[in-house]
Every structure is written in structure tokens, then in C-alpha cells.
Ligand binder design. Sequence first.
Ligand code: G4P
Length: 534
Amino acid sequence: MADIKQEIQRRRTFAIISHPDAGKTTLTEKFLLYGGAIQSAGAVKGKSSDRHATSDWMEIEKKRGISVTSSVLQFEYGGYCINILDTPGHQDFSEDTYRTLMAADSAVMVIDGAKGIEPQTRKLFKVCAMRHIPIFTFINKMDREARDPFDLVDELEKEFGIGTYAVNWPIGCGAGFKGVYERDRRSILAFDEFHAGRRRIEGVECDISDTERMDSLIGSYAREELVSQIELLDGASFDFDLQKVRTGRLSPVFFGSALNNFGVEAFLQRFLKMTTPPLEHISGDEIISPFDERFSAFVFKIQANMNKAHRDRIAFLRICSGQFERGREYWHVQADRPVKLSQPQQMMAQEREIVDTAYAGDIIGVFDPGIFSIGDTVCEKGEKLRYAGIPTFAPEHFAVVEQIDSMKRKQFAKGVTEIAQEGAIQIFFEPGTGMERVVVGVVGVLQFDVLQFRMESEYGVRYNKRDLPHQLIRYIDNADLNPAELKLMQTTRWVQDVRGRNLLIFVGQYEIDWALDKNPGLMLSEFNQNTDAV
Ligand code: G4P
């Protein structure tokens, strides 16, 4: 058992979150270079070289040059086994992004030093904060003109309501970027422009008290300014507190430049030490330790068509405890039956590999013949664990989708139902209409394109789509009420979900207020936030 414990202890499973273009891909790529998982830069998302590493599972991704789906990468570095969960960085994202964060034990937030917090960072941060997982901040692109570092740190604290601890501090920015000061070692790491680029170079080290050398490296003006900034920083900032870091209340902040590979390895090393090994998970009243000998995992993502040739469907499981062994029989709690997880695979940098064993903290993808749903638990035979809490987010965009060819009624129904099962979209029905016409709700509008693409390519179905102006959705909680009798504004629509529950969709808040005002006793509740499995 000892080595299983060791294996689990050395696992670090985290997500990198950022607003598009902040530098998430560049940073990931540098991590992989350090881990020896890739040999050359540009391999992860070779915009120019066209060498997509892991995420070109769907043609739509290639066409748009973005990653629609989240991928998982595993590599070794400094004795750690690292699992990076990649969250799509497009403007527009789906519930998948949120769910991916449910499988992470910590998050690295990449921020563009010129821009500070951007909308996407804000949304993703909220999900991390909800789980109290450690959040590390990498303020990137310091080789370009950036905002004042005090302002940036202040913004993080004010907007996110957490403390920050600057682990290093930038010396200038843009053309005047001279490097960073490392507070724990009281040394600077000078930015060596000569070596800038894609080489493994971290710069030149110097003790801050060595004035002469400091001056020769960064100049006396920059040195004096640094000394006064450090005084200010030491006096005003929070103390470092690992416990607070590990419970998501204090975010260690690092400055650097991913593109220039500056400050990246120093960041990785400190991050790996500070962040947690796999976290505990809760099933009912029981807290399951990752070191528990009993294997358990939950499905956090289902993805169809990763390999076009096989039309396969992969369920991604986050292992919460114990050790997974290929070929063993496990228990699928929601189906209440035994299950063999077939073709278990992990994403090793550039390709998928079949795995024989995996440990708590790891993510495995298994072939799904259509038995799994998001949030399902797989554990040892005889156990009844249920890892609840994969949130369903309220759709914010709606459209009516109607089949064109009535000969393809079955395929249409099958397509929208299966894609809804994967959690990429939500489907609703307008009472009285059949399965030829559905109301589709999505969190990010890109999902509409994904739906259209997949319906055509996988199910051979084309349809008409009409966007709706609606943005809000509420359940009707009154069980004995006939929604047809409600007094509603003309634009408010009554729909039902797959379980037959009644919902109303609204264009704006004023419509909700109107409905509540005109229908005394009407009880509306928010769409399933944070419920048990969908
Ligand atoms: P993302 O995954 O968060 O969307 O960002 P990505 O890494 O793709 O980086 C977005 C752009 O920012 C890229 O430029 C990248 O080269 C650049 N970048 C990343 N880190 C740094 C940095 O530290 N300094 C500077 N100056 N630029 C940085 P691009 O022109 O859009 O793409 P490419 O042609 O370089 O691939």
C-alpha cells in the first residue's frame, strides 16, 4: 500500500484558467517543455506549424482554430505527476468548462499584465472560489507595457475578495523590464534579453544587497525604485500563510513572461510545493480520503466523436480515491450494476495511451457505450458512494430548433437527446408539440454551432434554428398549477424539461417581476444550480 500512497501524494491536478489571449497555451507549453513531454515550443497549439497536440478532436476546432473541448494532459516533473486540465479559452464557453473545474484540485489563473482581470477570468474564478480550491495567479506579458503591479494586485483583492501574496515582484515592464525580485530568497532574477525567446533560460541571479552587481545588472535607477517598492510591499501586504493558500483564501501571485520563458520554471516549482495533493471528496455524510484503499471516481465530462473513425463516446472520470486497475470489475452506482471500464486511457502530452493503473488525482477517459451521465459515480462493488455537486448552470441563450426533413424525425430526436445527455446543451419542449421541435438552451452561444455541426456530421440531420431573445429561466414550483392559466407577458414562454417539469423562460427580469405580481402564489425557483447529478 505504501507506494500507492506515495503515488497519490505526488499527484498535482490543476486547471489553467484565463481570458483568451492572456497566455494560457504558451504557459502550458512551457510547463510541458520543462517536463520533457514535448521537445519544441509551438507543439501544443501550433497556429503556424499546424501541429495540434491534443485538442483537434473535432473539425470545428480546427476550422475555428480554437479548442472547444477541454483536454487533459499528464506529465512528470521534479518527482511530481502532473495532470493539467485545459479549459477552453474562447470568449464563449459551455458548462464543460465549469465542470472541468470540478475535477481540479487547484487552479492557475493567467492574467495579462496590461489588461488585469477580464470577463472570462471573472467567471472562472467564481467557480474556483465556490469550491475553495487554491488559486495561483500568474501575471503574464511583463515584457510588454503592463499596468502598475500594485494596481493589479489591488484589483485582484478587491474584485475577488481574497488576499494575495506576491511571491515575486516585477522590475519594470515592457522595454524597461529588468526581471523579477524573489521575495523568499531576497534575490533578483535579471531578465537576460540576449537569451529571450524559447530557450530554457531563467536569467541571472543576484542578491539584492549586492548593490554594485545589482547596479550593473539593472541600473541604479531601477534598483532604487525596486528597494522602495519592496519596502512598501513588505509593509502593506498579507503574510504568507500556506493554510490560507490551500483553502483558497490567499492567492500567491507571480509575475513573468510565458513567451520569454521568464519566471516560468520558478513559478512551476513553487506552485507544485504550495499546492495540494488530491483533495478529499464528499459522498453523503462520508468524507472520502484520496488515500482510501477503495477505488472511486466520478464522471465530469462526456465527449462524443473524439475519434471520427470510431464514432466513439468517451466518459472522463476523475479518480477520487484508491487505485484504478484495468480489467477489474467496478460498480456503476447510478445504473446499480457492475461495470468494466473499457479502453481506459490517459492523454500523455500528444497522444492517448491505454493505462493499466491510475491513482487518485488522475483523470481517465473510458469508452462509454451510452451508459454514463455527468455526475455518475463508479466505485468498488458493494459500495454506494455518490459524489454530488456537479453544477448545472442556467442556460443564457435560447433558440427554437426545428427539423427540416420529416423522414429524419428519429435521427433528429436521437441527436438532440444524446447531445443533451452529454451536457453540451439543454433541451426543452413546448407543451403540445412533439419531438420535431425543441427549445435549445446553452450557456455559451458557440454551443449552437457545435450542435449544428454535430447534428449534420454525426446524425445527418439539418434543421432550422430561430434565435430567441430570452435570457432567463425559472422552474415553476407549484405542483398543482396549470401553467396555461398563468397571466404572463406575451414574450414569456412556457416550456418543459425532459422530466416533464414546468419552466418559464423570460426576456428580462421585468417579465419575472410582472409574472410574480400578476399571479399571487406563483413560486419560481432558479434553474438547478448545484444539484445532484444532472
Ligand atoms: P491563450 O491560450 O490564453 O489564448 O493565449 P496564448 O498562449 O495563445 O497567447 C496569446 C498571444 O499572446 C500569443 O500571440 C502569444 O505568443 C502571446 N504571448 C503569450 N505570452 C506572452 C508573453 O509573455 N509576452 C508577450 N509579449 N506575448 C505573449 P499571438 O501573436 O496571438 O500568437 P502566436 O502567433 O505568437 O502563436
